[in-house]
Design a protein around this ligand. Structure first.
Ligand code: KG4
Ligand code: ZN
Length: 363
């Protein structure tokens, strides 16, 4: 492990992200400047299958990562020797792809004797709001992505307290399935959002799972089933010839139902957070679903009524990217939380497990 330079203002970290269907490389500084942020989407390779195929993803990462890292360095105007560390998503994610990123990052770290930073993908999302914006710990985080839906108190780097989570599907998954049912294509989230702008959310009555229930958990599988039934009833199921207006209405009704659930859960979570931390928020939303404008507007209103504000990264930093991994690397490097080169990639890696790791690390 190399020595780190606490509060060194000129820290520069290369970040690599390959945990799903985006091959990404970025260079970010300690001041939060993004010197390069490249993303190569594999959308076209997975589209025929209606979802991400792990084997195709891993091969594609392997084909492109070296070139992309080279381009990111070139765009940043830096040589590897100028870097202060190499950060990579080491999990959770599709393990074949994670391996590709981790091996690449380890090779660079070894060759250039740079500190290696094994970043939890979810921590990348969780800390993105601090990239380029003044945001102190603690804050309340709603993490909504393709694989996750969680409410967490972010107490510090590596310190996450789980407050609630989904008992079945993730929100992004519900968006993707709704899009599939309605024949709106892949990826689902942006397609549902686009269709919903033309629709009437009142045109279909859909359930609001968990609304009014105690606790802070979520459930989306019942909503997905309700969308399927509604789509069937309206002749929209797997029918590209279905009435476009009815399709837009159902997309809008689905999005509104999700908005109601997230708004209610965040209202309750903000109250709990204020009690526990003697501080009103702020509320931070992160993850791919946080790119949704309707949901951002709903959460903005929730934060305002709780006397606080909503912080949401720009949409391009909500969906998977490497700038968030480089930034998490910067945050960890500042604290001396570097990792050995035999760090093993992990398909599963709950955020709460980071607390134990942070406590065990130096710094
Ligand atoms: O964070 P992310 O890029 O990847 C994961 O770590 O999962 O999130 C991807 C998810 C997908 O389910 C996608 O449909 C959803 O985020 N998403 C959206 C929007 N953009 C992406 N969901 C709703 N509205 C959007 N505009
Ligand atoms: Zn993600």
């Amino acid at each position: 492990m190399s020595e780190t330079k606490p509060s060194e203002p000129s820290l520069t970290v290369l970040g690599i992200e390959t945990s799903c269907d985006e091959t990404a490389a970025a260079v970010v500084t300690g001041e939060g400047r993004i010197l390069a942020n490249l993303i190569l989407s594999q959308l076209d390779e997975h589209r025929p299958y209606g979802g991400v195929v792990p084997e195709i993803a891993a091969r594609s990462h392997l084909d492109h990562i070296d070139r992309l890292v080279g381009e990111a360095m070139e765009q940043a105007g830096l040589a590897f020797a100028d870097l202060d560390g190499v950060a990579v998503t080491a999990g959770p994610g599709l393990i074949g792809g994670v391996f590709v990123g981790v091996m690449t990052a380890k090779a660079i770290a070894l060759a250039w004797e740079l500190p290696f930073l094994a970043v939890n993908h979810l921590e990348g999302h969780a800390l993105t709001a601090r990239l380029g914006a003044a945001l102190d710990f603690p804050y309340l985080l709603l993490l909504v992505s393709g694989g996750h839906c969680q409410l967490l108190a972010v107490e510090g780097v590596g310190r996450y307290r789980h407050l609630g989570g989904t008992i079945d599907d993730a929100v992004g998954e519900a968006f993707d399935k709704t899009a599939k049912l309605l024949g709106l294509g892949y990826p689902g989230g942006p397609a549902v959002e686009r269709a919903a702008t033309e629709g009437d959310p009142e045109a279909f009555g859909l359930p609001r799972p968990m609304l009014g229930r105690p606790g802070l958990d979520f459930s989306f599988s019942g909503l997905k089933t309700a969308v399927r039934h509604a789509a069937q009833g309206a002749g929209l199921l797997d029918n590209p010839e279905g009435d476009p207006q009815r399709r837009a209405d159902l997309a809008a009704a689905f999005q509104a139902a999700v908005g109601d659930v997230l708004a209610e859960r965040c209202t309750k979570a903000l109250a709990l957070f204020a009690e526990r931390y003697a501080k009103a928020g702020p509320l931070v939303v992160a993850g791919g679903v946080a790119a949704n404008r309707h949901l951002r507007a709903r959460l903005d209103a929730v934060a305002a009524s709780a006397g606080t504000r909503l912080l949401a990264p720009p949409p391009a930093l909500c969906t998977d990217n490497a700038a968030m991994i480089a930034w998490a690397g910067v945050e960890r490097l500042r604290l001396g939380l570097t990792d050995p080169l035999d760090f093993a990639a992990r398909p599963r890696w709950p955020l709460e497990d980071l607390a134990a790791r942070a406590a065990a690390s130096p710094g």
